[in-house]
Design a protein around this ligand. Structure first.
Ligand SMILES: [Zn+2]
Length: 294
């Protein structure tokens, strides 16, 4: 890739060999190249991250190509839908370069892309239940089982393409925790925060940010309390943590905007808030980069 520039509010990554990838345009942008992947099916805006576009840690890339194209990111297959839509993303600590392999007519071409690093905040949380910071030996079996069920839900690789409509906030309120921040709980360093926390009152309805199928429901996990995961297709999933009630069951199809749960403060929490997470398989993405509304 030679450079990243902004064109009419859209971001274009220019590759060697005359290939372009246009990131997340809400309308068609014509690019004349036999090798072009025109990313036109995604309504995710870029305004929140500026010139870095979405080739950034926590960022997401989606688009549209000929259905007979194969795309791999660092060797990992990127699912292409029957009408050519695809999506992938970069986790919190994604390395600064990656290889995208585009295969057409059995001929692979590799392209180097650059992923911008981010500076993450530090956040010190006080007042969570001490046992959720320093679990007792008898807690570890339960913790392992629960984390395995979350891993399994995030491995779902369905043909759904709910992600193409873009994402809305599941609740609206004050942002009390951001993606990526290094955290201490009751003074003890723990894993970074991978979601966005929205502080709202107990019982506030949680709405599906986009459509999908429910893949995990748990009334009270050790760390995350009432937990719900929804598959939006192609490995993109939402997780909702610390819920009070969950109104849907595994296998249910939900529509964008449908009420799926209510906000609680279960698990490792100091008060009512929604912790919303987005994954592309194991890559943890920043929900604040995805939402359509401010
Ligand atoms: Zn959180």
């Amino acid at each position: 890739m030679r450079k990243v520039s902004s064109v009419c509010g859209r971001y274009i990554a220019l590759f060697g060999g005359g290939m372009c990838i246009v990131l997340c345009c809400s309308s068609k942008l014509s690019i004349s190249s036999a090798e072009t992947i025109a990313l036109t099916h995604c309504k995710i805006p870029l305004s929140s991250i500026g010139i870095n576009g979405l080739f950034v840690q926590g960022g997401i890339v989606c688009g549209n190509t000929a259905p007979d194209t194969q795309i791999h990111l660092n060797g990992q297959r990127v699912r292409i839908s029957s009408n050519g839509s695809f999506i992938f993303g970069f986790g919190r600590d994604f390395p600064s370069t990656a290889t995208i392999t585009v295969t057409r007519n059995k001929v692979p071409n590799d392209y180097t892309i650059y992923i911008a690093p981010r500076q993450y905040k530090e956040q010190h949380i006080h007042g969570v239940p001490q046992r959720t910071v320093s679990p007792k030996p008898e807690d570890f079996k339960r913790i392992r089982q629960e984390s395995q069920s979350i891993v399994t839900a995030r491995q779902v690789d369905s043909t759904r393409t709910d992600f193409v409509t873009g994402f809305h906030w599941p609740v609206r309120g004050r942002i009390s925790g951001v993606y990526g921040s290094q955290r201490t709980y009751n003074g003890v360093p723990r894993r970074p925060h991978y979601g966005v926390d929205i502080a709202v009152s107990l019982g506030t309805p949680v709405r599906a940010p986009t459509g999908g199928v429910v893949t995990l429901v748990h009334p009270d996990m050790f760390f995350s309390g009432g937990t719900l995961i929804i598959d939006h297709g192609h490995g993109i999933s939402s997780a909702f943590l610390h819920l009070e009630t969950i109104n849907v069951a595994v296998g249910d199809t939900v529509q964008q905007g449908e009420e799926i749960a209510t906000v609680g403060s279960s698990g490792r929490a100091t008060g009512p808030h929604l912790d919303w997470r987005i994954n592309w398989f194991t890559q943890r993405l920043d929900p604040q980069l995805l939402v359509l509304d401010e």
